[in-house]
Design a protein around this ligand. Structure first.
Ligand SMILES: CC(C)(COP(=O)(O)OP(=O)(O)OC[C@H]1O[C@@H](n2cnc3c(N)ncnc32)[C@H](O)[C@@H]1OP(=O)(O)O)[C@@H](O)C(=O)NCCC(=O)NCCS
Length: 244
């Protein structure tokens, strides 16, 4: 391997201080050669999962999301991207020894939250018009949340609904097993500490709601941007695409 490429294979990981949390923003719509380079870092089960996806765009987004996740973990741990081993919780939450992380994606955007100190959950939702808002809200939201949503009108209420949803889902994803207090008993109308979790909104874009759930004593959140140019380097220095 070209030694000059080595630093690019290890982009600087934001300081994962003992209590720190880093959220990486990943653009999933990348040139096909980026996906091809990243496929070479995926495990056999990940490649098989990608192949099962019917549409090319979904396949590529999955490959880039998983490949980016591996490269981010690699940058923080020094383990080669292809050498990162995931285990899966009873409800499918990916994890690994020594590092807590969680992923959310919608459309062409993904977020990867990393923490050295404790479980994290992240959720990302696109703001959209909701046809069955009241029915779903009656199942998952507290009376106070429902009142605030209805008072915000049609589009304001839709935005509030999606914001609350992201906050609740972030906590569900932090637990990994969905076991949390009944969702309609926990009020998340302001981002705050709930049941041992600290919930924070993430400012991703005007089109998205995003939330992060961490341990109460987690430190400040740092942002980072995943850069695909790193992987052009991987392919240039001899990474083999597993797919032609
Ligand atoms: C597992 C679950 C959390 C995924 O949520 P989603 O909105 O479909 O997808 P997201 O983009 O947020 O997250 C997907 C990622 O979460 C991770 N993940 C998978 N299972 C997970 C679990 N049990 N816990 C946490 N994270 C999980 C994976 O990294 C996955 O990425 P992948 O698809 O590339 O493997 C979801 O299917 C679920 O069960 N949600 C609970 C439903 C609910 O009651 N919601 C009410 C909120 S008010």
């Amino acid at each position: 391997m070209d030694p000059t490429a080595e630093p690019l294979l290890r982009p600087p990981c934001r300081e994962l201080a003992d209590d720190g949390v880093t959220v990486w923003r990943v653009e999933l719509d990348q040139p096909a050669e980026v996906a091809s380079a990243l496929v070479s870092t995926l495990s056999a089960d990940e490649v098989a999962r990608a192949r099962r996806l019917r549409f090319r765009i979904h396949r590529q987004r999955f490959e880039i999301g998983r490949g980016a996740l591996r490269s981010i973990i690699s940058s923080c741990t020094g383990v080669d991207p292809a050498g990162v081993r995931f285990s899966y919780g009873p409800r499918g939450k990916p994890g690994m020894v020594g590092l807590h992380f969680n992923v959310a994606h919608t459309g062409g955007l993904a977020l990867v939250a990393l923490s050295a100190s404790g479980p994290v959950g992240v959720d990302l939702e696109r703001h959209r018009a909701l046809l069955e808002r009241a029915a779903i809200a009656s199942r998952y939201f507290t009376p106070n949340e429902r009142r605030l949503i209805e008072a915000a009108g049609t589009s304001g209420g839709d935005r509030l609904f999606v914001t609350y949803w992201a906050r609740k889902e972030a906590v569900l994803k932090a637990t990994g097993n969905g076991l949390w207090a009944p969702l309609d008993s926990v009020d998340v109308s302001s981002p705050r500490d709930v049941d041992g979790w600290k919930i924070a909104d993430l400012d991703v874009s005007p089109d998205h709601a995003a939330a992060l759930a961490t341990a109460i004593d987690a430190g400040p959140v740092e942002w980072s941007e995943w850069r695909p140019d790193v992987f052009h380097t991987i392919s240039r220095v001899g990474g083999e695409g597993a797919r032609t």
